[in-house]
Design a protein around this ligand. Structure first.
Ligand code: DCP
Ligand code: CA
Ligand code: CA
Length: 367
């Protein structure tokens, strides 16, 4: 295979940066974006925060009350997620980035891989100026900063990007890739979770370097052929996965009309459960996980409303949809006097489980 040049772009403190964009006076304050569960005014988790808030050790996923405590005495600003607005900004940036690549693979609302091999004629020197030009254009056109990792494949580009944030530009040339990965803990590799890293630890494998020099046949005996070969290759910075356009729907939704107008939660949930079963089949067929669950409803005065919730972790099961739909409707019904006529359920924020079986198999065959 010809030498490739792959970039991973990851927008900086994305939801919080979007909020700063529409209200620049926030820039000097700690900013925390919260996913409010709605149970009480305080309950919920931190979606993300700007870097000023991070100095006070605020982290994604942390309970909001804890973030509040850490930021006590500061002029911190807490805002709820506004997913639609972030989607719009994301879309505009992705459109600009597309112009810079032969192919672009969006992996989440704030991340995309770009294959720029042809654009920079395979030169890592040129890639640096090229990435800088891309950053400048997005800053000028949209006003959002991002970090970018440049490497010979997706695996190296991703880890390069993570190594320097925010507003980073990190280049790892093919000949530097192995040394670059070697000191990192093994769980930085895609597909090495808690269980696997504990197992590796018991084998004396702590770093990616340890894994790279571990006997591949032993890895195969322990983890099976597909995973064993994958771990061996990944640790040695070998990754032939192409940058693939997804070209897929960004959400899956179903909508239906109730047999009668109602304010009865149980009656509504009968309908939304049917819709959810249907959505869940499509998710399974496409092997997608989702990060957002939304409800849509039309009231008796024909006004339509929607409410959504962002999960802390991607999920793929029906029960998660049903639970969140129930919460969203429960909350909504307590706030309105009108009856509901039509209801809808939507999931979005898709990702695929990684490493995918298919991905690993093709990896195995080509390496
Ligand atoms: N997000 C979330 N819950 C999490 C993690 C992230 O809702 N537990 C959302 C908010 C983030 C967005 O996804 O803005 C992108 O996630 P990143 O992990 O890329 O984090 P940020 O972009 O916020 O920060 P960084 O500058 O570290 O990339
Ligand atoms: Ca980000
Ligand atoms: Ca990200």
């Amino acid at each position: 295979m010809q030498n490739r040049i792959v970039m991973l772009v990851d927008f900086d403190y994305f939801f919080a940066q979007c909020e700063e964009l529409r209200n620049p006076t926030l820039k000097d304050n700690p900013v925390v974006i919260g996913v409010y569960s709605g149970r009480t005014e305080e309950s919920g988790a931190v979606s993300t925060s700007n870097y000023i808030a991070r100095k006070y050790t605020v982290k994604s996923g942390m309970p909001l009350f804890l973030a509040k405590r850490k930021l006590e005495g500061t002029d911190a600003v807490f805002l709820p997620v506004d997913h639609e607005y972030y989607e719009q900004i994301s879309y505009r940036i992705m459109q600009i980035l597309r112009g810079y690549a032969s192919s672009l693979e969006q992996v989440s609302i704030d991340e995309a891989y770009l294959d720029v091999t042809e654009q920079v004629q395979g030169s890592f020197e040129k890639a640096k100026d090229y990435a800088q030009k891309m950053k400048n254009e997005v800053t000028e056109q949209v006003g959002i900063s991002f970090s970018v990792g440049v490497g010979p494949n997706k695996l190296v580009a991703k880890i390069a990007c993570d190594s320097q944030k925010p507003n980073g530009l990190t280049i790892v040339k093919p000949e530097e890739a192995k040394t670059f990965l070697a000191p990192l803990p093994v769980d930085r590799l895609l597909g090495v979770g808690k269980k696997t890293s504990a197992k590796m630890d018991s084998l004396g494998i702590k770093t990616v370097g340890d894994l790279a020099s571990y006997n591949v046949q032993k890895l195969i005996d322990i983890f099976g052929r597909i995973l064993g070969v994958y771990f061996h290759n990944a640790a040695n910075a070998v990754d032939n996965e192409p940058v693939q356009e997804q070209g897929e729907a960004e959400s899956i939704s179903r909508i239906g009309t109730l047999k009668q107008d109602t304010k009865d939660l149980a009656f509504i949930l009968q309908k939304t459960d049917e819709l959810t079963d249907d959505i869940s089949k499509e998710l399974a067929e496409k092997n997608l996980s989702f990060k957002q669950v939304a409800i849509y409803l039309v009231l008796t005065d024909l006004s339509s409303k929607s409410r959504s919730i962002t999960l802390e972790q991607p999920a793929k099961d029906k029960e998660t949809i049903k639970k969140n739909v129930k919460e969203l409707f429960g909350k909504f019904l307590s706030e309105t006097q009108l009856e509901v006529r039509r209801v809808g359920v939507k999931v979005s924020g898709f990702s695929r489980e990684e490493p995918r079986q298919k991905q690993l198999t093709s990896f195995f065959q080509t390496s």
